[in-house]
Design a protein around this ligand. Structure first.
Ligand SMILES: [Zn+2]
Ligand SMILES: [Zn+2]
Ligand SMILES: [Zn+2]
Length: 140
């Protein structure tokens, strides 16, 4: 992968580049599915566990990535679009495949607007659709 792409992400999000951050960002960018901390620990088994955790937290804090609760009990992470502020109007739907257990960002599908009763304010919407993904033979 072009390192410039990774550094650009860091620059936009004001993240100081480190070897571990570069490695994790590259891994996240290469995937079209969301990644859990456990998966990162398995892939980068030589890296310190708490460093990987702190890397994800730093990315999330700076909105370079967003977390997804897909109902599997494990929080997953995926890279944010460059203009994403992680506010409700920038949130997109996620798809969790019940066969391969992978979770996809459906970046083109915004979460539907929810009309709440007066006095309620939306800060976050976790919109997860479950089903079978194209790779597992989902809908033609
Ligand atoms: Zn975001
Ligand atoms: Zn699948
Ligand atoms: Zn996403």
């Amino acid at each position: 992968m072009d390192k410039q792409h990774i550094f650009r992400k860091f620059k936009i999000r004001k993240l100081r580049p480190t070897a571990v951050r570069e490695m994790v960002m590259e891994y996240l960018l290469e995937r079209d599915t969301a990644v859990s901390l456990k998966e990162l620990e398995e892939v980068f088994y030589w890296a310190d566990r708490s460093t990987l955790y702190r890397t994800l937290k730093a990315f999330e804090e700076k909105k370079a990535i967003h977390s997804i609760d897909d109902g599997s009990g494990v929080i997953k992470y995926a890279v944010c679009a460059d203009n994403c502020t992680c506010e409700p109007h920038h949130l997109h739907a996620h798809f969790h495949c019940i066969k391969c257990k992978l979770t996809y960002c459906l970046n083109e599908i915004p979460v539907p607007e929810v009309q709440l009763p007066p006095g309620y304010k939306v800060t976050y919407i976790n919109y997860v659709v479950k089903g079978i993904c194209p790779k597992c033979g989902g809908g033609e």
